[in-house]
Design a protein around this ligand. Structure first.
Ligand code: GLU
Length: 442
């Protein structure tokens, strides 16, 4: 272990105190301050922890922070075992099972927690996975790759490009399916990005995340991962989809279409919902139950059409009452190529916004309209406001999710510089992002 790992996360006074006491993460320590005495295991600090507190895990299992003052004394009472992430033995793979690649990009699902100290590290070698989720040995032969170790809010279009290329490499090696482990926060955006950049897929690409980490009893990490690997091995379709809990119970995993899925809850295990589209399938007791007949069939002989480039000069602008339209002028000045508006209701913005939109369109910026209602589709011929916007050159984007429309326009300007071609592509259903009718049930 290097110094950073030994004193993981500590800085300032707290770091100085533990250095002075010559203790390390995992040691049993006693902290004495005036008449107070606390004993426990020194555990790592989060990177955002302050400089003044040392964190110990008490015998009871609870963690407490103790403020370091000039008269605080730290001493080691026992040499604890250090955080261990021992390499599990590599297991024999069953050559008769489908070959599945697992690409890890980070997030809760891709972390392994040392239960004693709370240290977290990415852990997705095939043998790690088999040891954490032994059921996987009976489902597939795994080829695991750690591509990034990122919280998904740090993922950018450049990472989508890398992911699309990594998937393509595995497909060229002849896998039967690909699973991508991803943080849930922006998994919907990545799913849309891969839907556009991996066209004519021969095998399924399944994104999977988890809402609760593996150290919590309510964790969904193992069930989601098993569901995703079962899906990659067995579904009849070759589409990009997101595999997560269907409800709060562990009984089924639902597969959402990549361009029609959204994270709709901050913490529930069934946070992801298909919007304006049916889900593709359900995984129950390792069996696949199809929920639609509309899909591209798996076909190992089909040649993947890889289009991995994105252009980041596209903005998503949410309208709200009284907002300042100067934000649109700013994007135009910064030479953005496209703006997706998240308008009200059927697709409106206040008339005080028109001038900024006119200016954007005159500067050849593509302006598309989606709705902040989420469910339903924009209808810009119903009210005068909508017709005014169409006359200004705004493109109505049917039932496309605002996030999907933004990703799509980034992808479009990764393919072409031609504004007319971009507008045509934006209106065309390229990868299932536009449903032909509004579903009635929501
Ligand atoms: N916010 C982080 C992410 O989206 C961690 C939570 C999670 O994995 O869902 O990556």
């Amino acid at each position: 272990m290097n110094e950073k790992e030994r004193l993981s996360g500590y800085k300032g006074e707290a770091l100085a105190a533990i250095r002075k006491a010559e203790v390390e993460i995992g040691d049993l320590i006693r902290i004495t301050r005036n008449s107070e005495i606390h004993e426990g295991i020194l555990i790592p600090r989060s990177e955002y922890g302050d400089k003044k507190h040392v964190i110990i895990k008490l015998k009871s299992g609870y963690n407490i922070g103790i403020r370091i003052t000039p008269n605080t004394k730290i001493e080691r009472t026992g040499k604890g075992t250090k955080p261990t992430f021992t390499q599990p033995p590599s297991l024999k793979q069953n050559p008769k099972l489908p070959k599945i690649a697992i690409i890890s990009t980070g997030g809760t699902i891709a972390s392994r927690v040392d239960y004693r100290t709370g240290a977290v590290r990415p852990a997705l070698t095939a043998s790690d996975l088999y040891s954490v989720v032994p059921e996987l040995t009976k489902i597939a032969q795994l080829d695991a790759q750690i591509l990034f170790s990122l919280l998904s809010e740090n993922i950018t279009p450049k990472h989508w490009t890398e992911m699309a290329k990594a998937v393509s490499n595995h497909i060229l090696k002849g896998v039967d399916g690909v699973v991508i482990a991803h943080g849930t926060d922006t998994m919907g955006y990545t799913a849309a990005a891969l839907t556009f950049s991996l066209q004519s897929l021969p095998v399924p690409v399944i994104l999977v995340g988890s809402q609760r980490s593996a150290d919590r009893p309510s964790s969904d990490a193992a069930t989601n991962l098993i569901g995703a690997v079962v899906a990659a091995a067995k579904v009849p379709f070759a589409e990009v989809s997101v595999a997560m809990h269907e409800s709060t119970s562990d009984s089924s995993i639902i597969l959402h279409r990549g361009a029609k899925v959204r994270k709709c809850h901050t913490s529930r295990r069934d946070a992801f919902k298909s919007v304006n589209a049916s889900s593709l399938a359900r995984v129950q007791e390792q069996r696949i139950i199809m929920l639609t007949e509309k899909y591209r069939k798996r076909d190992l002989t089909r040649k993947l059409d890889l289009k991995p480039e994105f252009n980041e000069k596209v903005a998503l602008v949410k309208f709200y009452p009284g907002m300042n339209p100067a934000i649109v002028d700013w994007y135009v000045k910064k030479e953005y190529r496209g703006i997706i508006l998240e308008g009200t209701g059927l697709g409106h913005v206040g008339s005080f916004f028109y001038e900024a939109i006119r200016n954007a369109v005159e500067h050849n910026v593509v302006v598309g309209m989606t709705s902040q209602c989420i469910w339903g589709r924009v209808g810009m011929n119903v009210y005068g406001q909508g017709r005014d916007l169409l006359a200004l050159g705004v493109i109505a984007l049917e039932d496309m999710l605002p996030e999907t429309a933004t990703v799509k326009l980034m992808w479009i300007f990764g393919q072409t510089r031609d504004v007319e071609e971009a507008k045509t592509l934006l209106k065309t259903n390229v990868a299932g992002e536009i449903s032909s009718r509004t579903l009635a049930e929501k």
